[in-house]
Ligand binder design. Structure first.
Ligand code: ADP
Ligand code: MG
Length: 341
């Protein structure tokens, strides 16, 4: 075996970055969370080539001072925690302070940012995580971050990106999840310069669903609400009726304490409620928010916090099934209205 040697920091950083950023949608998620943490109420997303060429997020949040902007790409730099004790009570999304460090280690980043009180904004160009150019620019308050050429310096990783449609599907699902989670935020999504979604602040979930899926789909959504008092678990949201049929599970969204999660057990519980309602291998739409005592759920079982584990999974599953049953999505199989999405 070759002798042990220590990796140069930039190589170590590129490897570590792969844990945070596996595909364009992961980078987009981190950047959207940062925008929300910054208090943005308007967030526009611009995508080129399913995020492989460009992921750009423009927000009207608090922006950064020139000093903070200098620091934000360094590993373990964060404005959100000062010690491990803070992790318990953290309200914001970020806290590991590694998203921008990771993203800028594996792409070419351009950042423009301005705080309210500043006259001018600051613009940085970065390569390999280092600022290569710094200028001042006139701009509005907020942050505009552009991630170009993801994995340009890790060809092995770039090769494993999936085909454009697959990466785009991940992006659009993530975008929709944020829209459903934060219906008072004005989100826009553009791909190759064309507007794909425009979601101004919505009054309620139904309005948001209409913005995202159109009236023809949203009209089939039935509101649900279910509560388990002793365990203080609440399930709210909407599920589709029997007129709504899909060939895929792309319109199943679950949120636990406002965090979007992919949890197969939750999906299975929901689908059980549709056993005699939909034909086999056909799927409904659902947007389910689960509010639960944080002590009864572990959100740290996944490095990117995409999955969760419940202390009492049966309680949550039963609530979801009851919610579907009470919504009475329909008893006969009807596949006349097939939405191929
Ligand atoms: P974390 O979010 O875990 O703190 P990040 O690497 O994602 O780590 O961001 C580092 C810091 O950069 C944040 O703590 C925040 O202070 C600042 N920051 C990042 N994105 C934005 C943004 N869109 N608006 C304002 N500040 C931001
Ligand atoms: Mg962050």
């Amino acid at each position: 075996m070759p002798r042990i040697h220590q990796l140069p920091p930039h190589e170590a950083q590129k490897i570590a970055a792969g844990e945070v950023v596996e595909r364009p949608a992961n980078a987009l998620k981190e950047l959207l969370e940062n925008a929300l943490d910054a208090g943005a109420t308007q967030i526009s997303v611009y995508i080129e080539d399913a995020g492989k060429q460009l992921i750009r997020i423009v927000d009207n949040g608090c922006g950064m001072s020139p000093e903070d902007a200098q620091l934000c790409y360094k590993l373990h730099t964060t404005s959100k925690v000062t010690s491990i004790d803070d992790l318990e009570k953290i309200q914001t999304f970020g806290f590991r302070g590694e998203a921008l460090a990771s993203i800028s280690a594996v792409s070419k980043v351009t950042l423009i940012t301005k705080e309210q009180e500043a006259q001018q904004g600051i613009k940085h160009a970065l390569e390999q995580g280092n600022i290569t150019k710094e200028t001042t620019v006139p701009c509005t308050t907020g942050t505009d971050i552009q991630v170009h050429d993801l994995f340009y310096n890790i060809p092995a990783r770039k090769k494993f990106l999936k085909k454009r449609e697959t990466e785009w599907r991940h992006i659009i699902q993530l975008f929709q999840a944020f829209c459903l989670d934060y219906h008072v935020i004005h989100f826009k999504l553009f791909s190759e310069g064309k507007q794909v979604h425009n979601c101004p602040p919505a009054q309620n979930l139904t309005d948001r669903l209409t913005q995202l899926w159109g009236h023809s789909s949203a009209q089939h959504m039935i509101p649900v609400e279910k509560q388990h008092k002793q365990q203080s678990v609440t399930v709210t949201g909407a599920v589709s009726n029997h007129h709504y049929v899909r060939y895929d599970r792309n319109h199943l969204f679950f949120f636990v304490n406002k965090r979007w999660v992919k949890n197969h057990t939750l999906a299975r519980a929901l689908l059980k409620g549709y056993l005699n309602v939909l034909p086999p291998a056909r799927y409904p739409a659902a947007c389910i928010h689960i509010e639960i005592d944080p002590a009864l759920v572990d959100i740290n079982i996944h490095p990117r916090k995409e999955e969760v584990q419940f202390l009492h999974p049966r309680i949550v599953e039963t609530l979801i099934q009851q919610a579907v049953r009470e919504a009475k999505p329909g008893r006969e199989i009807s596949a006349q209205l097939v939405d191929k999405g």
